[in-house]
Design a binder for this molecule. Sequence first.
Ligand code: HEM
Ligand SMILES: *[C@@H]1O[C@H](CO)[C@@H](O)[C@H](O)[C@H]1NC(C)=O
Ligand SMILES: *[C@@H]1O[C@H](CO)[C@@H](O)[C@H](O)[C@H]1NC(C)=O
Ligand SMILES: CC(=O)N[C@H]1CO[C@H](CO)[C@@H](O)[C@@H]1O
Length: 330
Amino acid sequence: MSSPSLSLIVIAAIVSAALCGQSRGATPPLQVGFYKGKCASADVEAIVGGVVKAWYDYKDKTIAAGLLRLQFHDCFVNGCDASLLLDGGNTTEKAAIPNRSVRGYELIDAAKAVVEAVCRGVVSCADIIVMATRDAVALSGGGRYIVETGRRDGTISLLKNVDLPSPSVSVSDSIKAFAKKGLNATDMIYLLGGHTVGVTHCSLIQDRLYNFRGTQKPDPNMEAALLTALRTRCPQNAKVDNEVNLDQNPLSSMVVDNSYYKQIVKKRGILQIDQDLALDPLSKTSVEAIASGFNFNEKFGQAMIKLGGVQVLTGTQGQIRRSCRAVNKS
Ligand code: HEM
Ligand SMILES: *[C@@H]1O[C@H](CO)[C@@H](O)[C@H](O)[C@H]1NC(C)=O
Ligand SMILES: *[C@@H]1O[C@H](CO)[C@@H](O)[C@H](O)[C@H]1NC(C)=O
Ligand SMILES: CC(=O)N[C@H]1CO[C@H](CO)[C@@H](O)[C@@H]1O
């Protein structure tokens, strides 16, 4: 009577071994230094780092902001598969409204051109995004975190997949949106620290300045001096949509540091989600701890590594695109 149960065990063992082998073969994990020895004797990370440094030194000191937002939008929509980079008229991720001011595409193209010249068809666009963002953060005063690589590029980019949180999302809904990507509340609190650099547009904060939630009054949770300054920068019925620094400390608006948290605890947040992060009981205590100096750079780096692992393609999945802007023809 022991034979049926024995054969069941044997079958179960075979099935689980097969499943295990399959998932290991098809989707190996990301790894640190994936490209070592894969691009002749070249150091892929150093090549990308050189392009980013030149861009930062000679072209654009604000590139970290562009790339941070680019990585966030890429990873949040269909995983970190460089789908955001695909051109294709007005039906792709790129054409989505929340994405309308994403920048950094040209730097990715430049880095891709250099690595392709050294070893063709080896380095994915998805990895270039993650490596370049890391380098730009380090050049902008943030910590230099160690990235994992081995991502492959996706082939699909659809506008209808874009489901990014709006600037007026509540903290609790934002936590839910991040949880769907495997990122917890702590990760979210650190990742929003990306708003320590870069800009938004007046149109996205107009309601906070003039008519908060239909009250015909400004957001009561905005510091008076900031309100005055922003009303000057963003006049009502203006014809131009001006830019506004997300970190309102003028000494630090281009530096990756914990200044964003210091500002929001002083009610000097710019987007509504920024200000809410400092007020909501779900995040308030963490925000205050980070503002008072708690190890931001290292924690931010860890959260960026985790963001870089969202729904990645590895192994034989996807492809290594020849151009970051188009799916390979054959
Ligand atoms: C709830 C989540 C988030 C919301 C609602 C949000 C919303 C926004 C909005 C509305 C803008 C301004 C766009 C414009 O006016 O052009 C912006 C800019 C920016 N976001 Fe976020 N964001 C979120 C999370 C993140 C994360 C996780 C990162 C990166 C780690 C990030 C990095 C940035 C950066 C660096 C900018 C400035 C971009 C530039 O200067 O070009 N954001 N974000
Ligand atoms: C883009 O959208 C417009 C309508 O808004 C449409 O006429 C046009 O054909 C679209 N172009 C592409 C490439 O899909
Ligand atoms: C969130 O994830 C991080 C990193 O994976 C972990 O260290 C932390 O304990 C988690 N936090 C919560 C509140 O679950
Ligand atoms: C709708 C919209 O503005 N889409 C933009 C998304 O980003 C790309 C690259 O910057 C622009 O070319 C699109 O116009």
